[in-house]
Write a protein that binds this ligand. Structure first.
Ligand code: SAH
Length: 395
């Protein structure tokens, strides 16, 4: 018998709409005992069944829901079927000449706290919740069965894992240690540098695949500034799109070293690139002071808003970099600006970018909106899984 968790009156609404998170404040009582990692059933205050999930009292999200069907067994087959479904949904992208893709996108694939990225013949898994931690053995077994010739590497070292009370765990699970850099073909077009062992997150950012390709067509004979470049993905497409110059700026020297190697690997012209290991905020201010100008600017910063507490400060950060970017843009220039903060919605982001344009005294027009690429699925029951928003604006 699974432990029953009873919610306060009126706290069942989000579960009735299949949102997968139950916050501690919604819980009235626990019938029996529940420890971190226990599978529990959630009931409303009238004791009507709502959902089944995994309990973790250490997390703000006390229960992560895995099923809304009382009879559903949460076992090996449950996990394996989810992985099979996830793979089938990505087929169309692989067919378009992509050797890297997100196989499992956490809540986006109804597996809260599990990310699996595929880079060539490497599966990189990252577990950031108890809800998925308890299925660790099942996940590895299912992956080994479904992808028998693949190597498996673990990068469970996120800060959200720490918040769940789980110790970091990284290393090779199956096969050989990955080489660095590893190159992953995107859009049949460019090979992006990935560092599975020492890079950010799982080693590389696949979510910008579409927007990087989109950028390529804006760059012919242009001077391009790629801020928060990481391993220079946007910069490679800019070069491929015949940019006159590409300035990559990132605080990580290691990422820039990989970016440099990727330029050579893709047979692009290193003479047209700069790699600056600098804080982007300082760099942009210095460029404004020098009255430098660019035709195309990319702003792809890390998450400025990690929790509701950071909202105001984070918004100010977005506004600052966007204002400075507008000040550096030539008339007729293009700005591709992004926010990967799940708590920032696209309308608020557009307002912030507009405010930034007012401060910079330019008239900006929206060309189109951009978003995380298609393998980073957004589950409609969990709007937070739509985390990466972008705007292409021109002045
Ligand atoms: N655009 C990249 C992904 C960017 S991820 C791509 O297409 O792959 C965010 C990057 O911002 C990281 O590489 C991180 O090192 C860098 N970063 C974070 N804070 C920074 C700062 N203040 N100044 C410069 N770079 C920063």
């Amino acid at each position: 018998m699974l432990t029953k968790i009873i919610l306060h009156a009126n706290k069942e609404k989000s579960l009735l709409r299949h949102h997968p998170w139950v916050f501690s404040r919604a819980i009235d009582k626990i019938e029996g005992t529940a420890q971190a990692g226990d599978i529990v059933q959630v009931y409303d205050h009238k004791h009507i069944y709502l959902a089944t999930g995994v309990y973790n009292p250490k997390s703000q999200i006390s229960i992560r829901v895995l099923s809304f069907e009382q009879e559903q067994k949460l076992d090996y087959n449950f996990i394996k079927n989810k992985l099979i479904q996830a793979q089938a949904k990505r087929k169309f992208l692989i067919d378009q000449g992509n050797n890297g893709y997100r196989l499992v996108a956490s809540e986006g694939d109804f597996m809260p706290g599990l990310i699996i990225d595929v880079f060539n013949n490497y599966l990189v898994i990252s577990i950031s919740s108890y809800a998925m931690e308890i299925f660790y053995e099942d996940i590895i077994k299912a992956l080994s069965e479904l992808y028998s010739s693949y190597n498996i590497y673990e990068r469970s070292d996120t800060s959200s894992r720490q918040k769940e009370g789980l110790a970091p765990r990284c290393g090779i699970i199956k096969g050989n240690a990955p080489v660095s850099p590893m190159y992953v073909l995107e859009n049949n077009s460019v090979e992006i540098a990935v560092d599975i062992e020492n890079g950010h997150k799982t080693g590389g950012y696949l979510d910008q695949r579409h927007s990087r390709h989109y950028l390529m067509h804006l760059c012919q004979n242009k001077h391009v500034l790629n801020c928060f470049s990481y391993t220079g993905g946007f910069g490679l497409y800019a070069l491929k799109g015949k940019a006159l110059s590409v300035t990559n700026v990132d605080v990580s020297k290691h990422a820039l070293d990989l970016a440099k190697k990727a330029v050579a690997h893709n047979h692009l012209d290193p003479g047209r690139c700069k790699f600056l290991a600098q804080d982007v905020f300082n760099f942009l201010r210095e460029e404004v002071a020098k009255d430098h100008k660019y035709d195309v600017i990319i702003l792809d910063p890390p998450k400025f808003i990690k929790g509701a507490m950071d909202l105001k400060k984070g918004c100010r950060g977005y506004q600052d970099i966007n204002r400075l970017a507008f000040m550096l843009l030539n008339q007729g220039g293009h700005l591709l600006t992004f926010s990967c903060s799940g708590l920032m919605d696209i309308n608020l982001f557009q307002k912030i970018v507009f405010d930034a344009s007012l401060e910079a005294k330019v008239n900006a027009q929206l060309v189109t909106t951009l978003r995380q690429d298609q393998d980073h699925l957004v589950a409609l029951n969990c709007p937070e899984s739509f985390y990466l928003k972008g705007l292409h604006v021109t002045i």
